[in-house]
Design a protein around this ligand. Structure first.
Ligand code: GRF
Length: 202
C-alpha cells in the first residue's frame, strides 16, 4: 500500500512539483494526498489544486501562537490519514510539539550540505565562506532547526563567478532529484529514525 504524503509549502513549490512528478509513476511507493500552505497566494498551491490534489490553506496569522497554528496543520494531516510529511520551502519554524508529533515521519530539504549553512540566506553564507562545493540535504525534522539526522545529500561545484542566484539554480537542479529519491527510501522503510540517527537498511 502506498504511503500517504502531505507536502507543506510557502512559495513557488518547485520541489513539490518534483515530488508530484515522481509520485505519478505507478511503482513509486508514495502518493501525494495533500498539499498545505500557510500562504494563500503561494504559486505551488494553485499548481497542486490544478493537478487535482487536495489542498488546504492554513494562514499562520490567524493563530495566536506557533503551537496553535501547528495543531491546526496537524489536524488536517490526521484527517487526511497522512503517513509522511515533506517540508518543501515551508517558511515556518515548527513548534517542538509538532516536530515531536511527526518525528520520524517528517523530512525537509535544505539547500546546503548540512551541518553547514543552516537557516536562511544559505547561498550567501556558502559564497561568503568560500567553499568550493555546495549542495543540498534531505533530513529528518527534529525540534532544532536544520539539525535532524541526514538521509541524503547531493553536491554541486561552486564557481568563482557564482552569485547567490546562480548557485541556488545549480543546487535546485539537484534538489529536484534528491528529494524524490529520499522520499522513496523513507516510504519503502529503507531509512528510519532511531535513537536520533538515520538508520539505513539498504
Ligand atoms: C528550496 O531551495 C528548498 O531547499 C528550500 O526552499 C526552497 C524552496 O523552493 N527549503 P521551492 O518552493 O521548492 O521551489
Amino acid at each position: 500500500m502506498k504511503k500517504r504524503v502531505a507536502i507543506l509549502i510557502s512559495g513557488r513549490g518547485s520541489n513539490m512539483r518534483s515530488l508530484m512528478a515522481a509520485a505519478s509513476a505507478p511503482d513509486f511507493p508514495a502518493e501525494i494526498a495533500l498539499v498545505i500552505s500557510n500562504i494563500g497566494s503561494a504559486a505551488g498551491i494553485q499548481f497542486a489544486a490544478d493537478a487535482g490534489i487536495a489542498t488546504e490553506i492554513v494562514p499562520h496569522k490567524a493563530y495566536e501562537s506557533r503551537e496553535a497554528f501547528d495543531r491546526a496543520v496537524s489536524a488536517h494531516l490526521e484527517e487526511a490519514k497522512i503517513d509522511i510529511v515533506c517540508l518543501a520551502g515551508f517558511m515556518r519554524i515548527l513548534s517542538d510539539w509538532f516536530a515531536s508529533r511527526w518525528q520520524g515521519r517528517m523530512i525537509n530539504i535544505h539547500p546546503s550540505l548540512l551541518p553547514l549553512f543552516k537557516g536562511t540566506h544559505v547561498h550567501e553564507q556558502a559564497l561568503q565562506a568560500g567553499v568550493r562545493v555546495s549542495g543540498c540535504t534531505v533530513h529528518f525534522v527534529v525540534p532544532e532547526l536544520d539539525a535532524g539526522p541526514i538521509i541524503a545529500q547531493a553536491t554541486v561545484p561552486v564557481k568563482s563567478d557564482d552569485t547567490p542566484e546562480t548557485l541556488a539554480a545549480r543546487v535546485l537542479v539537484e534538489e529536484h532529484k534528491l528529494y524524490p529519491a529520499a522520499l522513496k527510501l523513507l516510504a519503502e522503510g529503507k531509512v528510519r529514525l532511531e535513537a536520533g540517527r538515520a538508520v539505513f537498511s539498504c
